[in-house]
Write a protein that binds this ligand. Structure first.
Ligand SMILES: *[C@@H]1O[C@H](CO)[C@@H](O)[C@H](O)[C@H]1NC(C)=O
Ligand SMILES: *[C@@H]1O[C@H](CO)[C@@H](O)[C@H](O)[C@H]1NC(C)=O
Ligand SMILES: *[C@@H]1O[C@H](CO)[C@@H](O)[C@H](O)[C@H]1NC(C)=O
Length: 196
């Protein structure tokens, strides 16, 4: 009797602990999918924000170099987003571009200084999500996605992050000097600011 009740409780214990383990197990495929969609969303979001900045600067008519810089950055982010979409599409996944909303706070940014700092944060966010995405792809054994991120998108994003960080670093070292911004703008007009 005793041994059978021990057996029963052992079976129950094994059953419940297995159940608990399973329910605690994360569905990495679902996490990967959500993170992938978020990545696409973030790329197009950054693109729209840069477009907003570019138009603002073009309208003000002072910093034409930075206006062009943000137009080009918007185009780059759009290209990145499209690469993620294309990668998904050829593998028969449908991606949904849900609301991409530019908040009042973002659209009310009017100084180049603040725009560059915001751009740096956006690039950091995009990079951070890409790292998370890469982690999920590895965990899920999704080798094609791992390869795609490592060979195509990670390098591009690393360059974009470095570019924004360099610009903000120059501002920091010069106390946000307007003269520096004007010089940078002239350089951008002459395309003298090299893409790293
Ligand atoms: C994990 O998520 C995927 C995608 O959402 C789904 O198709 C699959 O059924 C889920 N698996 C489990 C074990 O919940
Ligand atoms: C920036 O400001 C600090 C403190 O006002 C000053 O010590 C420093 O010389 C300034 N740097 C530049 C490059 O103007
Ligand atoms: C430069 O501008 C940023 C953003 O407005 C601000 O947070 C920072 O304190 C400024 N730095 C200096 C030295 O004025």
């Amino acid at each position: 009797m005793v041994s059978s009740s021990i057996l029963v409780s052992t079976i129950l214990l094994v059953f419940f602990s297995t159940t608990i383990l399973c329910s605690e197990q994360r569905n990495v495929t679902a996490l990967l999918h959500d993170c992938y969609e978020k990545q696409i969303q973030m790329e197009f979001f950054a693109s729209n924000v840069y477009l907003t900045f570019a138009h603002r600067l073009a309208y003000d008519g002072v910093y034409h170099g930075f206006a062009d810089f943000f137009f080009e950055s918007a185009e780059e982010e759009r290209e990145h987003g499209k690469k993620f979409l294309d990668f998904h599409n050829v593998r028969n996944h449908v991606s949904h571009l849900r609301d991409i909303t530019i908040s009042e706070e973002l659209s009310s940014i009017i100084t180049v200084n603040e725009m560059l700092r915001k751009a740096k944060t956006l690039e950091d966010d995009v990079f951070s999500n890409m790292r998370t995405l890469h982690g999920y792809a590895v965990e899920a054994g999704h080798s094609e996605t791992v390869h795609f991120i490592e060979k195509v998108t990670l390098e591009e994003q690393t360059i974009a992050v470095k570019q924004m960080h360099d610009l903000v670093k120059r501002l920091d070292h010069n106390n946000n000097s307007t003269i520096l911004l004007q010089m940078m703008d002239q350089d951008l007009r002459k395309k003298k600011v090299k893409q790293p």
